[in-house]
Design a protein around this ligand. Structure first.
Ligand code: TXA
Ligand code: MG
Length: 347
C-alpha cells in the first residue's frame, strides 16, 4: 500500500476531505492530536478497526479509545451519562481526558476488545476535530506507533513506524503535550485513574472530589485497563531511572558513564537543561527545564526515538517529582525502564 502524506495548516482544512471520506469508508488515517498522533478507523466499521490491530501489531485484548468532535456523538456510544461525569466533560473537553463509560450495543466488540465499557475522548486539536467532523463518525484511535514503541509526537515518527501499512498520514506538526491522555474509569461512583496524563490527578479531584489512583491504593492486582499490563513506550536501549538529590545523581551517573565508555557501551543521560553541563563527554541530553515539567513531557518520547537512531545502549533518565504532569512523566519513564530504578537516597 502507498501511504498518502499531507500537511494541514489550520484554518485550511479543504485537503482533509479525501482522507475523511476514506476514513469513514474503512481506511486507516493517522492524525495529530494535542497528546500524541492517533491511528484512526471508523469506530463502527469492524473490519477497519480490526486492521488497526494488524497495522500496529497490537494484541487484540487491548481496547481502543473512541474520539468524538461533539457531545452529541456520545448518543450512539454510551448508554447513560451521570451528572459528575457530565461535569468532567464540561470542564476538560476538548482535552486530554479519556473517560471509560458503559458502552451501548452499537459499539462493536472489536473496538472495546470485548469489554462492556468504551473509552471516549474529545481531542483538543483543530485538525483532529475537523477530520472527525468531516468523516461524520466517531473514530477509534490508539497511538499511531508500532506496538511497544514510544508513542509518536511527530508525523515523521508515524512514517517511520507505519509507512506502507496505512492509507493516510496527516501531518499537523508536533504534538503539544507529548504524553497520552489521562484515562479515568467513571463506571463506578468513585472515579478510578487508570493512566495518568495531561489532566492531572489534582485537576480531577478539584472537580469530582476523591479519585482512586495507585497513589491511593497499595497496587492493583489485576489491571482494569488492559493496556497497562504491556511494556510500553520503550526504546531499544536499556532505560535506567535515577532519582534522589541532584549532586548524588550526577556523581553516580558520571561513574556509570565512564565505566560504560571503557566497555565501549554507548550511553547518555536525559537530564534537565540546568544539569546538562554536569555530565562528562557531552553525555547529557536536555529533556527540558526542571522548572517546566510540561517541556519534559513534550520531549521525552522524541528523545527515546533519537536514542534508538543513534544506537544508544544505555539511557539514564533523571527522575522528576511525581506531582502534576510529573506523575504522568514518571509513569511513562518507569514503564520504559521496566522497573530499573536507582534511588540514590537508598544507596
Ligand atoms: O492521548 C491518547 O489517549 C492517544 C490519542 C491518539 O488520543 N491515544 C492512546 O491510545 O494513547 P492507546 O490505545 O495507545 O491507549 C489507550 C489506553 C490503553 O491503555 C487501553 O487499555 C485503555 O486506554 N482503554 C481503552 N479502552 C478501555 C476500556 N474500555 N476500559 C479500560 N481501559 C481502556
Ligand atoms: Mg499506545
Amino acid at each position: 500500500m502507498i501511504t498518502k502524506y499531507i500537511i494541514i495548516k489550520p484554518p485550511h482544512f479543504s485537503d482533509l476531505n479525501e482522507a475523511a471520506k476514506a476514513l469513514s469508508e474503512g481506511e486507516l488515517v493517522a492524525f495529530p492530536t494535542e497528546t500524541v498522533y492517533g491511528l484512526g478507523a471508523n469506530a463502527y466499521h469492524e473490519k477497519a478497526v480490526r486492521s488497526i490491530f494488524d497495522a500496529k501489531g497490537r494484541p487484540a485484548d487491548n481496547p481502543l479509545i473512541v474520539h468524538i468532535a461533539e457531545i452529541a456523538m456520545l448518543n450512539n456510544l454510551v448508554s447513560e451519562i451521570k451528572p459528575h461525569v457530565r461535569k468532567l466533560m464540561d470542564t476538560f473537553w476538548p482535552g486530554p481526558l479519556t473517560l471509560v463509560l458503559k458502552k451501548s450495543s452499537r459499539v462493536p466488540m472489536v473496538t472495546t476488545a470485548g469489554l462492556d465499557t468504551v473509552a471516549v475522548r474529545m481531542p483538543n486539536h483543530p485538525v483532529a476535530l475537523e477530520l472527525i467532523r468531516r468523516s461524520g463518525v466517531a473514530i477509534a484511535a490508539p497511538s499511531a506507533n508500532r506496538s511497544g514503541k514510544p508513542s509518536p509526537t511527530l508525523a515523521q515518527h508515524v512514517l517511520e513506524d507505519l509507512n506502507g501499512r496505512i492509507a493516510w498520514i496527516i501531518d499537523g506538526g508536533p504534538c503539544e503535550i507529548g504524553l497520552e491522555s489521562t484515562v479515568l474509569d467513571v463506571t463506578e461512583e468513585t472515579p478510578v485513574l487508570l493512566r495518568p496524563g495531561g489532566i492531572t490527578l489534582e485537576m480531577l479531584e478539584q472537580v469530582v472530589g476523591k479519585v482512586i489512583s495507585d497513589k491511593s491504593m497499595n497496587r492493583m492486582s489485576r489491571p482494569k485497563s488492559p493496556g497497562l499490563k504491556y511494556k510500553h513506550y520503550a526504546p531499544k536501549g536499556e532505560v535506567i531511572v535515577v532519582s534522589g538529590r541532584a549532586s548524588k545523581v550526577c556523581q553516580w551517573v558520571n561513574e556509570q558513564l565512564l565505566d560504560n565508555e571503557k566497555k565501549s557501551i554507548k550511553s547518555v543521560i536525559l537530564t534537565a537543561s540546568e544539569h546538562v553541563q554536569n555530565y562528562g563527554n557531552g553525555a547529557g541530553k536536555s529533556y527540558g527545564s526542571c522548572k517546566k515539567p510540561e517541556e519534559i513531557a513534550a520531549n521525552i518520547f522524541r528523545l527515546f526515538r533519537e536514542c534508538d537512531e543513534q544506537g544508544i545502549e544505555k539511557i539514564y533518565v533523571e527522575a522528576v517529582p511525581k506531582e502534576g504532569i510529573g506523575y504522568a512523566i514518571m509513569n511513562r519513564i518507569e514503564k520504559a525502564a521496566g522497573g530499573k530504578i536507582v534511588d540514590m537516597e537508598e544507596k
